[in-house]
Design a protein around this ligand. Sequence first.
Ligand code: AMP
Length: 284
Amino acid sequence: MELLPDKSSLRDWIASHRHLPRVLVPTMGALHRGHTSLFDRAREEASRLGGEVVATIFVNPTQFGPNEDFTAYPRPLEADLAKCREHGVDAVFAPGVGDMYADDRSITIAENRLSTTLCGASRPGHFDGVCTVVAKLFLLTQPGAAIFGEKDFQQLAVIRRLVRDLDFPVDIIGAPTVREEDGLALSSRNVYLTPGQRAQAQVLQRSLAKTARGIAEGRLETPSAAKEAFLGEFAAATLARLDYFEMVDAWTLQRLDEFGDSEPRLLAAAFFGKTRLIDNVGLS
Ligand code: AMP
């Protein structure tokens, strides 16, 4: 496995592997089984295409708000590289901030529809930061396909829109959420939870899954009945503060007023102390 610490080493590596298709897995590091499942999926895809897997590790400052955890975000590079190696990654691009962004940069990609709700409502500028860095990573690594987790469902929808609207020649593959035994979605931010918060954190998945079952089985016939059921279940977590619960169309992220023909997706975010956790489920 090659470690590519800057854009110039990435360019050289690509020049010497130009004929091979690439499958990209962008991450911010602090890798866990959720990330390594994406590497495994990328490996499958790369084998099918006769190509290679490139992972990126970059804690992207432009997607963090002023009061968010950019400085505190965990950066265990050596352990991350070992996980990449174990899961068949061929090259890891791990640039510094100064290499990725010029001090006087003045161009940003803005997504103006899907980003305005859900996490975007409480994290202004977050998805513009994501779109800009992902566009740069696509241009730098030139992949044929890229894998993103359904764990960050709004991000996945925004990236699909980025690729559609700006004609990036990249297939976007969504991969299922990997969970702890009690259902909590793996996240690099779970390390911030106190033991008491950790014990209650599975409330998000439990409430989402129970609500989704109620809808699928026809017991919860309207979005408002489903919301009431979710809130009733969620109330058991005394340490949690709900940020949002929404039922949206899986592709447009538009809020559903009725279940009808669309493909509903249930998304929620909650604070445990200062730690904000997100999760989502489909109906099947
Ligand atoms: P991050 O390092 O948080 O930016 O995440 C990098 C990629 O890993 C994103 O595509 C995430 O959606 C994905 N990811 C994070 N957690 C999980 C998980 N528990 N299961 C599957 N994918 C995940």
